[in-house]
Every structure is written in C-alpha cells, then in structure tokens.
Design a protein around this ligand. Structure first.
Ligand SMILES: Cc1cc2nc3c(=O)[nH]c(=O)nc-3n(C[C@H](O)[C@H](O)[C@H](O)COP(=O)(O)O)c2cc1C
Length: 307
C-alpha cells in the first residue's frame, strides 16, 4: 500500500502537510530554523505585523498555568516593511509556506499591511489577526463584532489576491456568527482559534501575574474548547477551517481533523518541544494507514454522532 497523502489545499494555498507553526510562537520562522527543519512543516505563520514596529507590553508577559500558558505580549514586532526588507529574504531560503499574520488598529491599516505583504515575493497567504486580547486598540474588537469582522475581512480581501484567512476569537458566545461573517466577506479559510481571555493573580501581592493584567490562555487547557469551536465553525461554513488550540500530539491533531479542520497549527508546544512536527506527522501517517484512509483530506469532518 502506498503511504497516505498528507497534502492539503487551503483555497489556492497548497501545503505539503497540514501542520503549521502558529503565529507568535515561532517568531518569523527564521528564529527556529536551527532547531526545526522548516521544510518539514506545511508552513509557518509569522508573529503579528502592524505598519510600525511595536515594543509590546511590559514584563512579565508570560505566566504558566495548569496545562497552559497565559500571555500578554502585546504584539511586539518589527513592522511590515522591516519584515519584508530584512526578514523575508532569509525566510525565502527555506522551502515552506509563509503566512503573514496581519494586524491593524484601523481597517485601513489592516488593508495597507495586507497590500505590502501581498506585493512581497515569498508570502503565500495572509492570516488576519482580529482576535488578539492583549492590545488596547483594534485586535479583539474587530473579532467580537460581526460587522467589524466583515469590514476588515472585506477590506483585506480587496487589497490582496492571496488567500485570506481571518483568525477567529474564541471570546464570543456564538462562533458561527463570525465564521459566516468571514465567509460572506470573501475569506478563503478560517483559523480557529486565538487565545481565551484569562486572569491569573499572585495572591501574596494580590496583583495580576501579568503586567498587562489579563492575558490570553493557550496550551492543552484550551483544547476541548477549541475542538468544539472548530466543529461548530466547520458546520457553519463551506470554506476550510484551520484548527488551533492545545495540540501536543498526533492524537490531538486528529481530533481537530475529525471535528472538521483541514489543517492545524501548533502554538504553545513550540516553546517546550519545537521538534514535535515530525512526531505528529508520523503519528498521522500511522493512523491513516491503520484506518485504511488514503488521504488526510478524507478524514476531515468525519465525526460520528450521536454516540
Ligand atoms: C506567546 C504567544 C504569542 C502569540 N502571538 C500571536 C500573534 O502575534 N498573532 C496571533 O494571531 N496569535 C498569537 N498567538 C496565539 C497562537 O497563535 C494560538 O492561536 C494560540 O496560542 C492557541 O494555540 P496553542 O494552544 O497551540 O498555543 C500567540 C500565542 C502565544 C502563546
């Protein structure tokens, strides 16, 4: 029997495998290239980029929590022009798909960042960050109001011919409303999900453990929530879903595919096990072989219910 296929298509974006490194957990890709062969990944999603460089939040910006991580980095970054001029040429040396995580404080800024990224050779798709909980303006506001979601996705859609992939916030009551808003505004796929708004308190000082106060929760703690939201979003729209949240093994990734994801992203695990991709890839191949499934595409959305 020939080996099962792991190749997937997200709109016009062809990925050699469905495993992507999640935004903010792998820098701009080049930082992790000495530990992970980027050519073994389907692709990497860059840290969020605005027009200008940003310093992000004061430290402490990270706190460990049970089975998770609370962060308020505040979208520190070099800005889109510096990324295109100074980082992208180094990233282009690696044979992997590059997805730029697009940020903005206004709809116009999102569109401008998207336009500059799209004009740069070596960018394969745009992920629109409408879901960052750790900034004072923009960010999550765009992802928790369906009309703002529609506006920003529509503006980026007009500004770029690349696949447009809005990244949904889980901090909403009904994620299907936002998934549909993205589809109607012309998105090619949806990333699902960003971090969950949380608060950790140092009881001795009675101060929040993060300087920003609240933060975004990620890691295995959020996985069942993210799988549920991926399942809901996949049933609400026809465009592909990229599942994200707490993936730490092939079995975790499989849950997302079965729930309806066409690809997945690994985030928090990059900090402790940056080499996890090879293990997940071989686990997927083993599973597909054992279940006589020829392609990962045939597993997508095959959840059986009710029990
Ligand atoms: C330290 C850190 C920084 C992040 N920065 C970004 C970012 O710049 N843009 C974005 O869209 N998501 C960002 N995220 C969210 C992740 O891409 C991912 O959606 C989230 O962590 C859930 O996946 P995980 O549980 O596998 O980490 C960040 C997450 C962490 C932990």
């Amino acid at each position: 029997m020939t080996a099962p296929s792991l190749g997937v298509e997200i709109g016009s974006l062809k990925l050699r495998n469905p495993l992507l490194a999640a935004s903010g957990t792998c820098g701009y890709g080049v930082e992790i290239a000495h530990v992970v062969d980027l050519a073994t990944l389907g692709g990497i999603v860059t840290k969020g980029l605005y027009m200008a460089a940003r310093d992000g939040c004061e430290a402490p910006r990270i706190a460990e929590t049970p089975a998770g991580l609370l962060n308020a980095i505040g979208l520190q970054g070099v800005g889109i022009r510096a990324f295109v001029d100074r980082v992208l040429p180094r990233l282009r040396e690696h044979d992997t798909a590059v997805i730029v995580n697009v940020c903005g404080e206004t709809v116009e800024e999102y569109a401008e960042v998207a336009r500059i990224a799209s004009d740069a050779p070596g960018v394969h798709a745009l992920e629109i960050n409408i879901s960052c909980p750790n900034v004072k303006t923009g960010g999550i506001a765009f992802g928790t109001d369906p009309l703002m979601t529609r506006d920003v996705v529509g503006a980026v859609r007009k500004a770029s011919a690349l696949p447009v992939i809005p990244k949904l916030s889980p901090n909403v009551t009904d994620i299907t409303v936002f998934a549909r808003a993205c589809e109607e505004a012309g998105a090619d796929a949806i990333s699902c999900v960003n971090t969950f708004l949380g608060l950790a308190i140092d009881v001795e000082t009675r101060k929040p453990r993060l300087a920003f106060g609240t933060g975004g929760l990620s890691g295995p703690a959020i996985r069942p929530l993210a799988v549920r939201m991926t399942w809901q979003a996949a049933r609400a729209v026809k465009i592909p879903i990229i599942g994200i949240g707490g993936i730490a093994s092939a079995s975790d990734a499989l849950e997302f595919f079965i729930a309806g994801a066409s690809a997945v992203q690994v985030g928090t695990m990059n900090f402790s096990r940056p080499n996890i991709y090879a293990e997940i890839e071989s686990g997927l191949v083993d599973y597909l072989t054992r279940h006589h499934i020829g392609s990962i595409r045939d597993l997508v959305g095959t959840i059986r219910y009710p029990r």
